[in-house]
Design a protein around this ligand. Structure first.
Ligand SMILES: *[C@@H]1O[C@H](CO)[C@@H](O)[C@H](O)[C@H]1NC(C)=O
Ligand SMILES: *[C@@H]1O[C@H](CO)[C@@H](O)[C@H](O)[C@H]1NC(C)=O
Ligand SMILES: CC(=O)N[C@H]1CO[C@H](CO)[C@@H](O)[C@@H]1O
Length: 619
């Protein structure tokens, strides 16, 4: 009697399974992912209710107690256990406690390359309840000065290899700012942290120093150019750090994973998703000073890496490497990151084996993020009924000529249809707040769109153009506004334009990014006009940009215009120029290309152009 019933049930299940595959092909993946997100939310909420706030640092400290001998960081062959990092960061805290009293909530700026001391100093300061501001290690002179000043730190800690950059600006730094270097011999005006660390105590610090009273208190400042103008420090609250740190866990990583971090730690992906994510799991990370395509797989094999973090460029550079024996012979099973193009994604999987590529979308300061929890190639994520309950985001119509969202006669914005690109905006609410930037209120307000669909509503403007397809997968299209991405960094066009504009023969300069086939992001182009009766000095332009800008921000192309066209609001027109790109066949204005060997800009000939298009010249 049981048999028909069982087979009936079986048939029913098979039928349901088919139905579900047909109608809701992603149901289980969606649901599974949602449950994870909810679990994470419940845990944070439970801690909050219990009045026991657990920050990323608290999680680290509990691992250090429970698994002191477990390797936490592996760097250039040396292993630092959880206990080692705990002790050394306590030393850092004691140095600051004794020599440069800092109060809870004070800001300390950190300028350091990827190395274990980055983490030691970060955690040491966190143990004192300080907010740590991570500075981009590529910036120099007045950009660096601007960043330091804008977050008003009480102290600045500098890595040994970056001390020269600080020496340059030392006279211009505020007199009461204490500068510490992680080096034995230091110039006048700089204190040696290394020396003090030797004698400092490694005793744990009382929890009262760092206990968080509220998860909305700032924990870090991370510089981003947002999508508007100069770099600004985005406020990363304890809560955001916690959420970011749950990323690897949400993608299915465990404490047994070994995570390879080659991305710079001054960005949120390296620091929060990478280091924070590793702490959340209690896992081990292999930290690399700088990404190297030729050493990548050797490192992965040598250290038994199972997970790595990427940006699109990393995957492309790895695909470009000469083929070798046994490329699939490694233990990497998962990669987390963003910006990999579909063609590269496919090639990568073909060549290096079945690695789960987990695409992630989210701005450092944003209040929204997407994950490819279904693994559709090319998509950054997927939305569904559940997701919409938690994150209200919309894709709205955008006017590319005017560079602003389109509003109808009543002044409201409107949604794009499925399959059409629209500006991604995300509702700012109590549950989904936007904490803005340090100091300058104007910058914060500029990132917000008000009265979008009704009076009084407020949205965070991501500045990113996205498409949602009929299956609700989301795809990244382009970045709008005053920035573009190149080599994994955000380039603030106004900052580049200001640097070029300082030259005495330049009337105006207008900077934007142009698409180059086969490259992620956009290559920089500066369109300039000359002052009357002045002539163009290409070597001077070259010298100016390489002196004042990080390598990735130097415009690859120059275009000399007779006259600069402006919009109704006197902003230089960009849309048309971006569309025209850099083809000497289509553009009659003189074009030049940056030549790092000759240390100047050279005329962009048809031959040069063809080589760039074929990918024969590395940009
Ligand atoms: C990697 O794994 C192999 C085999 O499991 C082991 O013998 C080796 O010691 C591991 N290497 C490291 C650096 O942990
Ligand atoms: C530019 O040069 C021309 C002739 O050499 C002269 O007439 C004119 O006044 C100059 N203009 C300016 C702005 O210096
Ligand atoms: C979390 C998750 O499921 N991520 C998916 C991302 O995409 C890859 C495919 O490239 C899937 O295998 C992953 O499962």
């Amino acid at each position: 009697m049981l048999l028909p019933w069982v087979s009936g049930l079986g048939a029913g299940i098979v039928f349901l399974h088919f139905l579900q595959k047909l109608l809701l092909p992603y149901f289980w993946q969606d649901l599974w992912f949602l449950l994870k997100v909810i679990r994470c939310g419940i845990r944070i909420e439970r801690y909050r209710r219990q009045g026991e706030l657990v920050t990323v640092l608290d999680t680290f400290l509990s691992h250090a107690r429970r698994q002191p001998r477990k390797p936490f960081i592996v760097f250039e062959g040396d292993t630092y256990t959880y206990e080692d990092v705990d002790k050394r960061s306590s030393r850092v805290a004691h140095v600051f406690l004794n020599h440069s009293p800092l109060a809870k909530g004070d800001t300390v700026a950190l300028l350091m390359s990827n190395e274990p001391d980055f983490v030691h100093v970060w955690f040491g300061l966190a143990k004192l309840g300080c907010v740590v501001a991570f500075l981009n290690t590529n910036i120099r002179s007045h950009s660096l000065l601007h960043c330091v000043r804008s977050c008003q730190p009480r102290a600045l800690v500098v890595g040994a290899d970056l001390l020269e950059a600080v020496e340059e600006i030392l006279p211009s730094l505020p007199a009461d700012l204490r500068v510490w270097a992680v080096r034995d011999s230091v110039p006048r005006g700089v204190a040696s942290l290394t020396e003090k660390l030797r004698t400092a105590s490694d005793k744990p610090l009382p929890r009262s120093h760092h206990v968080a009273s509220n998860l909305k208190t700032p924990s870090l400042y991370i510089f981003t150019s947002g999508t508007t103008g100069v770099p600004k420090a985005a406020v990363i609250t304890q809560l955001q750090a916690l959420k970011g740190a749950a990323g690897l866990w949400a993608f299915g990583c465990t404490s047994d994973d070994i995570i390879y971090i080659t991305l710079p730690l001054y960005h949120s992906s390296g620091a929060i998703l990478g280091i924070g994510g590793c702490i959340e799991l209690g896992a081990t990370c292999v930290l690399k000073k700088k990404f190297s395509a030729s050493q990548f797989w050797n490192d992965c094999k040598k250290y038994n890496v199972t997970v790595f973090q990427y940006i699109g460029e990393i995957c492309r550079y790895l695909c470009k490497q000469p083929k070798r024996e046994g490329e699939k012979d490694h233990q990497v099973r998962l990669a987390v990151g963003n910006g990999v193009r579909s063609d590269v994604w496919r090639e990568f999987l073909d060549r290096f084996g079945n690695i789960k590529m987990c695409e992630l979308y989210g701005a450092t300061e944003g209040n929204i993020c997407f994950m490819n929890h279904t693994g559709k190639i090319g998509a950054v994520g997927r939305t569904n009924f559940f997701y919409k309950l938690f994150f209200t985001f919309e894709l709205i119509k955008y006017d590319f000529q005017k560079d602003e969202p389109i509003r109808n006669q009543q002044g409201w914005c409107s949604h794009v249809k499925k399959g059409e690109p629209g500006l991604l905006i995300s509702r700012v609410t109590e549950k989904n707040p936007f904490f803005g930037y340090v100091g300058n209120k104007k910058h914060t307000e500029k990132k917000l769109l008000c009265d979008v669909f009704k009076k009084g509503d407020v949205y965070f403007n991501t500045g990113d153009l996205m498409v949602q397809d009929h299956e609700n997968f989301l795809y990244f299209c382009d970045r709008l506004g005053d920035t573009f991405r190149w080599k994994g960094e955000n380039i603030a066009t106004t900052e580049v334009a200001d640097i070029i504009g300082m030259l005495d023969f330049i009337q105006e300069s207008n900077v934007y990014g142009v698409a180059v086939p086969g490259c992620e992001g956009k290559a920089g182009m500066a369109s300039i006009t000359l002052k009357p009766n002045k002539s163009l000095d290409l070597e001077k332009v070259y010298e100016q940009v390489v002196t004042f800008l990080p390598a990735y921000a130097c415009p690859r192309f120059l275009r000399i215009q007779e006259k600069m066209e402006t919009t109704g609001t006197f902003k230089p027109k960009k849309f048309q120029l971006v569309q025209e790109g850099f083809s000497p066949l289509k553009i009659s204005d003189p074009l030049y290309f940056m030549d790092n060997l000759k240390k100047t800009y050279v005329p962009l000939t048809k031959g040069l152009y063809d080589q760039i298009m074929l990918g024969e010249i590395k940009l």
